[in-house]
Design a protein around this ligand. Sequence first.
Ligand code: TPP
Ligand code: MG
Length: 324
Amino acid sequence: MASETPRPASAEILLSCFQRMLVIRYFEEALSELFTKNLLGGTSHFCIGQEACAVGVVSALRETDWLVSNHRGHGHLLARGLDPARVMGELLGKLTGYCGGRGGSQHMCSMADHFLGTNGITGGGIPLGTGAALAIRYRQLADIVVVFFGDGASNQGMFHESLNMAALWRLPVLYVCENNGYGMSNPVRSSTAGVGIAERAAAYGLRGERRDGMDVVQIRDAAGELADYVRQGNGPAVLELTTYRHCGHSKNDPRVYRTPAEENDWQACDCLLQAAAHLTALGLSAAAIDAQRQEARQLIDAAVRAAMAAPCGTPEHARGGVYA
Ligand SMILES: Cc1ncc(C[n+]2csc(CCOP(=O)(O)OP(=O)(O)O)c2C)c(N)n1
Ligand SMILES: [Mg+2]
């Protein structure tokens, strides 16, 4: 079977990736501002810095492929093309949200978009995605499942149990680890044994690859190649993306466990800067690139306004959809 993902990405594809990454970045910044203004309760895990991982991988998939996300899932939702106004609506507890405002950040799904959900349990999405892959196999469909999770989640038993079973049954699942160097404040070097997370695949006889998670082109190429491989019935694969969250773990994290020098190093290779450099190399003008930024800003401003103006549910609505 020929590759479904044109590689390398054309200027047109790269431009749409850049636009989506901007949308995610501005969405997260707008969300952070809502917290600062006390317009939103609870907490949230922003993916600022990691946008290329979501966009690069999802842009290499079919729309019917299924996605499973984790607690840092806004980027995955938006990369799949979900409406930012409805994602924000869900975070604000509005009726227009994807789960009617009942799910919030860590329990948001959209079956119509083949998005099986964000997940607050570290590693919890991994067996869910593995089960979905089993359902796909059972129904003899040509789709695959992509599970996003963090480096911390790769130390959960569920990761190893799932890889073992998926390898035995050659399930159509691509495990994508966004290795951002930390699980909360715990650095990977003091939590994660072995050479790397990609290398763990070999223990189960699986293909494992590692790429620069700040470069959307590399990510898209690798995800496209591995998606083809998985779809062709070769069994599961693992893709580890080395990345960084420029923000804290969650809303109130003062990031005392990192040095400014380290943060600056990662800012210098920010995924948006790299994508803009690729576009420049492909001949796009600075003005055209800036127009993308303005378009994304306007889109997010409108989304926030729509979400803020949307109605909240009643207490009765909040009790709906409870089956236990
Ligand atoms: C089973 C479980 N244990 C602990 C937590 C608390 N917790 C929330 S996020 C997190 C760190 C996850 O790290 P990683 O998988 O690397 O994802 P990242 O936050 O870096 O994106 C932890 C330990 C949890 N939610 N679930
Ligand atoms: Mg992490």
